[in-house]
Write a protein that binds this ligand. Structure first.
Ligand SMILES: [Zn+2]
Length: 131
């Protein structure tokens, strides 16, 4: 019982938070997680690393013709975020009255991502909003 709830929490934690890995040997950070450090190879000593979820826009694009699942959201902005700790992550930008530009500071927020119409399943994933 203990074990299964811990493993469920671990799965939830990695879906809802930005959890990557850090090589304890050379301190390189990875997101998404890697098992083997590209610097250290067999000397790799990985541990989980939770990122703060703050960073800045590295590049972005506005999507006007979305995939079917995101139809209700269009137009929306997808950006590559450089996290304050260094790794890059792609995410949707939550619409606000703030203009998104390269260098805009953002933070991770928890938002509904998409609804699968047939089964009515709601998926949650991370998004970012201008900070
Ligand atoms: Zn390393």
């Amino acid at each position: 019982m203990e074990r299964s709830s811990a493993s469920m929490w671990r799965k939830l934690n990695s879906r809802y938070n930005l959890v990557g890995t850090e090589c304890e040997n050379c301190k390189t950070l990875y997101f998404p997680s890697r098992i083997v450090c590209k610097n250290c190879g067999r000397q790799t000593k990985m541990r989980d690393k939770t990122f703060k979820g703050t960073g800045e826009v590295y590049s972005f694009t506005k999507i006007h013709v979305p995939a079917e699942a995101f139809r209700e959201d269009a137009p929306y902005t997808v950006a590559v975020i450089r996290l304050d700790e260094g790794p890059m992550v792609e995410g949707h930008i939550v619409e606000s009255d703030k203009e998104v530009k390269i260098g805009t500071k953002v933070r991770q927020v928890f938002r509904k991502m998409l609804v699968e119409e047939e089964e009515g399943l709601i998926h949650y994933h991370f998004k970012f909003e201008p900070a």
